[in-house]
Design a protein around this ligand. Structure first.
Ligand code: ADP
Ligand code: ASP
Ligand code: MG
Length: 420
């Protein structure tokens, strides 16, 4: 018997028919003797609709009210799943974040989980009842207001709950049957990985593979929680109940590097769309200039990612390019225009028609030449590189958005990841 957390994403609970299907997945586990806590997302599209209504009401809105509104989608699916479970003879009760409670900090809209008190849930699970928990939301204890965890945050709810309940595994059910070498919807030749290391998954998630929210991977890694991604669309009864002997048989397990026997040099390719590029033209080439640009941006909470400073041809002036999140572009430009005199630049240019494509693999630590190969292959396709960043296990390039798919496909083939 195992204690498992099962999380179902938006497409898996998109309508009542699919929620009934989810109930059968849960019943299989209960019938197999497992204790089950379920975490659900809102129906697909529901959160987008709620966010759109908030923005329609006012572009500059109160963050606590934003959270009160967008958290409601999960409340609907948790209640519906509890009803569907009861209807097929499985004892179940829905739980909202505040009822457990899931404690959050006060960064409304992208709050972090501070702790989960699992006492009440454990009591219920021990009595054989299924706990159906709303993902994406918790309560900020000081003001007693609902707080949400950022888009895709139900993954983090599930992982955090699994840690709090000391679950044996956290199963993330979604609309693909595992984690692939790259987004299988963009590259049909992508391959499902049986296992992927926490480190690589963390890079893939933060570099644009939205299959898991980055914070969920961080949490799983810190607590070495066994986390698995698998399909909710497989017929529920065709799958075996989850036991330690069978959980390597389907989906993808995110685990420690040491558990992975065959390690590729490059294991995945990611593509991040929401990037924007800013170029400062003719800034002075002197000590302190970078601080004068990035200091005010940091003060305004704008995250800067890639940075390129050109060589100065006259010894006095240079151009500087960097990237920010597309949603922060307007704020960044505003800040920089406000300090134009102090920085001393001639002009400022920006574009959001760029993407960041990354190759990721722990094998890069011990292999030279991965970057050179990448640059050569992109050049051969006529793709210009606008900026580069590297770390021990990844190389990222910024390119024009029109080349996104071509670049991902080219690199996928280049590093031998295509399905044969
Ligand atoms: P859910 O609603 O279940 O949370 P998401 O849409 O957040 O699902 O995440 C699943 C999607 O992630 C898939 O449909 C797929 O298009 C996308 N995706 C991106 N990169 C990958 C990858 N490397 N492996 C699998 N899926 C990926
Ligand atoms: N419903 C939320 C969203 O769409 C949370 C989630 O699905 O993980 O972002
Ligand atoms: Mg998701």
């Amino acid at each position: 018997m195992a204690l498992i957390v099962m999380k179902f994403g938006g497409t898996s609970v998109a309508n009542v028919e699919r929620i009934k299907n989810v109930a059968r997945h849960v019943k299989r586990e209960i019938d197999g003797g497992n204790k089950v806590a379920v975490v659900v997302s809102a129906m697909s599209g529901a959160t987008n609709q709620l966010v759109a209504w908030v923005r329609e009401a006012s572009l500059l809105h109160d963050a606590r009210e934003y959270d009160a509104i967008v958290a409601s989608g999960e409340q609907v699916t948790a209640g519906l799943l509890a009803i569907c479970l009861q209807a097929i003879g499985v004892g179940a009760r829905s739980w909202q974040g505040w009822q457990i409670p899931v404690l959050a900090d006060n960064a409304h809209g992208s709050a972090r989980i501070k702790g989960i008190d699992g006492t009440k849930l454990i009591e219920r699970l021990n009595s054989g009842e299924v706990a159906v928990v709303t993902g994406f939301q918790g309560i900020e204890p000081e003001r007693q207001r609902i707080a949400t965890f950022g888009r895709g945050g139900s993954d983090t709810s599930a992982v955090a709950l699994a840690i709090a309940l000391k679950a044996d595994i956290c199963d993330i059910y979604t609309d693909v049957d595992g984690i692939y070498t790259t987004d299988p919807r963009i590259v049909p030749k992508a391959q499902r990985m049986a296992k992927v290391s926490y480190e690589e998954m963390l890079e893939m998630a933060s570099l644009g593979s939205k299959v898991l929210q980055t914070r969920s991977v961080e949490l799983a890694m810190v607590h070495t929680l066994r986390t698995r991604v698998l399909s909710s669309f497989a017929a529920p009864e065709s799958m075996k109940p989850t036991t330690p002997d069978t959980w390597g048989e389907t989906g993808t397990i995110v685990c420690s590097e040491e558990e992975i026997v065959e390690q590729q040099v490059v294991s995945g390719i990611a593509c991040a769309k929401g990037e924007a590029k800013v170029t400062l033209l003719k800034i002075e080439d002197k000590p302190g200039v970078a601080a004068s640009v990035f200091g005010p941006l940091a003060d305004a909470n704008v995250n800067v990612d890639m940075i390129v400073q050109n060589l100065s041809s006259d010894g006095r002036h240079t151009d500087m390019t960097f990237t920010v999140d597309e949603t922060e572009l307007a704020r960044a430009l505003d800040v920089l225009k406000g300090v134009q005199k102090q920085i001393g630049y001639f002009d400022i240019k920006s574009s959001a028609d760029v993407v960041k494509v990354s190759v990721i693999g722990v094998g890069m630590r011990s292999h030279a030449g991965v970057a050179a190969m990448m640059f050569k292959a992109l050049a051969a396709k006529g793709i210009n590189i606008l900026a580069i960043t590297t770390s021990e296990i990844k190389i990222s390039v910024l390119i024009d958005a029109v080349y996104a798919e071509l670049a991902v496909r080219t690199l996928h083939t280049l590093y031998g990841l295509d399905k044969t």
